[in-house]
Design a protein around this ligand. Structure first.
Ligand SMILES: C[S@@+](CC[C@H](N)C(=O)[O-])C[C@H]1O[C@@H](n2cnc3c(N)ncnc32)[C@H](O)[C@@H]1O
Length: 287
């Protein structure tokens, strides 16, 4: 595997995904009862980003750095921006990946399981989680990092003893099979545990490809689904990563309203109102 998330950390797609993740976890932690959180493709947890670092092309300059330079008004964007401000050291940013964000948002009563196949990335993740936990008195009590396949690991965890759970599925899509693996994992997870809250991230190159994938998945799910789409470049060219799609199955109460509030503001902050950028929220009830 060649994929290293360090090259993409903090880009517009990461920002989109992480703001939504925090919304979902905030909604789920309004109830006292503990839950299971699974991150099937966790990465290393923290990414040191420096401007002008030739080894790490600056995708984050058009993502996290733009949000840092903005003054967002929506609570979800402000909360996320404040987390970034706390991790800024001079011009550098210690960008928090999904595991650190989840560990910070969850409580001692919750259980967290992370999967990361690259052993060195998994090792770095353990260190980053330990460092964050040492600095936080209300640290999570049950945190596990597995250096193994997240799709297989997820199957073994569902249904959770807690009867409440949230799963982030965020593979690298270096192989096209990841698209079918993600939909198969979502269908399987809901068969084992129908109230699972699932967050699926997908890259968007051609919008038509996303729509076809989404319609096929929707046809197989009997649960409510929310899709949040953000694109920085027109979605009719195969040139690059044009857009980011988040598919949220069993969206918690009020998350749709929040996303409809912050997504246009995020697009304006990151897209600089440039031609070709856009966003859309698609909500569909159970079938
Ligand atoms: C997009 S990155 C994850 C980013 C992270 N979720 C975040 O938001 O900060 C995908 C990660 O999945 C890892 N990976 C690839 N295949 C995997 C698999 N089958 N199971 C678990 N991890 C895998 C890669 O090594 C990479 O670090």
């Amino acid at each position: 595997m060649k994929y290293r998330h360090q090259f993409h950390a903090g880009n517009f797609a990461d920002v989109h995904k992480h703001v939504l993740l925090l919304d979902v976890l905030a909604a789920l932690t309004r109830k006292d009862k503990g839950m299971l959180f699974v991150d099937t493709h966790a990465g290393r947890g923290e990414y040191q980003l420096h401007p002008g670092d030739a080894a790490h092309p600056g995708e984050w300059q058009s993502g996290a750095a733009r949000l840092l330079a903005a003054a967002p008004t929506h609570d979800s964007l402000r909360r996320y921006r404040e987390l970034l401000v706390a991790r800024r050291h001079g011009a550098s940013l210690f960008y928090p990946g999904s595991p650190l964000l989840a560990a910070g948002a969850l409580r001692p009563v919750d259980r967290l399981v992370f999967f990361e196949t690259q052993r060195d990335e998994a090792g770095q993740l353990r260190k980053a989680l330990e460092a964050q936990s040492a600095a936080n008195q209300a640290a999570n009590k049950s945190v596990r990092v597995e250096s193994s396949d997240g799709f297989a690991g997820l199957r073994a965890l569902l249904p959770p003893a807690e009867r409440r759970g949230c799963v982030l599925i965020d593979p690298p899509y270096e192989e096209r099979e990841d698209f079918t693996r993600v939909s198969a994992a979502a269908i399987d997870a809901l068969q084992r545990f129908e109230s699972a809250v699932l967050i699926l991230w997908l890259p968007v190159k051609l919008r038509a490809d996303f729509d076809a994938w989404y319609d096929k998945l929707r046809g197989k799910l009997a649960r409510p689904v929310l899709a949040s789409l953000l694109w920085m470049h027109p979605c009719d060219s195969r040139a690059a990563l044009n857009g980011s799609a988040l598919v949220l199955v069993n969206p918690p109460y009020l998350v749709e309203e929040a996303v409809r509030g912050w997504l246009p503001e995020l697009r304006a902050s990151l897209g600089d109102d440039k031609e070709g950028s856009g966003c859309e929220v698609i909500a569909t009830g159970p079938r």
